[in-house]
Design a protein around this ligand. Sequence first.
Ligand code: PAF
Length: 276
Amino acid sequence: MEIITDIAALRTRLQREPSIALVPTMGNLHEGHLSLVRIAQQNAGCTVVSIFVNRLQFAPHEDFDRYPRTQANDCQLLQKLGVDIVFLPDEKTLYPVSQEFQLLLPPLADTLEGAFRPGFFRGVAIVVLKLFNIVQPQLALFGKKDYQQLHIVRNMVQQLNLPIDIMTGETVRSEDGLALSSRNSYLSGVERQQASHLFRTLLQIKQAIERGHRDFRSLEESAESDLTSHGWQVDYIALQQRETLLPAHASDTDLVILGAARLGQIRLIDNLEISG
Ligand code: PAF
């Protein structure tokens, strides 16, 4: 496995690769990331994993400074999997000058996560587009855990005619259902025990819909009040159409329930697809 920090060196190394898959990450890798790497390896001759904590997608009050940076361990995990290249740029490499060119994202980027993290998707889109331009992969992998991010990246690729296939991997969960996330390491012991309540709440909505319940707004409201009564601060519980990520109506069939809520200082997100 090669660790490359420089854009020119990466481009030279990739010149001889006919099929490249990119797995963009911010590091602190867990089984969710590793499952994406395995899909990449099955679908391309050369797998590049990028590790870069992207300042642009953090608001000033968010956890950029304390975001877990575990590069040595990440590289060991990737080496064990037989990854070809780890791209490990520093901030000066990806942002040598202040990023004045920006992207104007669709209104959807201001809803759900975007409503609570203004500018988040713009930061994600810029770094993802940069990584696409640097690596020029034929394939890129994004997990369903970040459902809205996946949706926005897919639309960016489609609307800007980028010659890249976006593939996805299912959310990987702990035994109690908690979706794996680099930020789970922030949870205290007690919070960790309570954390799977978000998943169980989404699962109850899924089961209610599968039993024929069609009053989506009341399902959202009762899920919110259940979480609140268990000490959570809910940002949103939203039943959306899978294709558009707009609010779902009773007649819609391909649905996704998305949720974001805080347990103490820790904000968790999760989602479940539903065929209703
Ligand atoms: O999902 C993430 O880890 C990040 O948002 C991404 C896609 C690597 C961009 O920084």
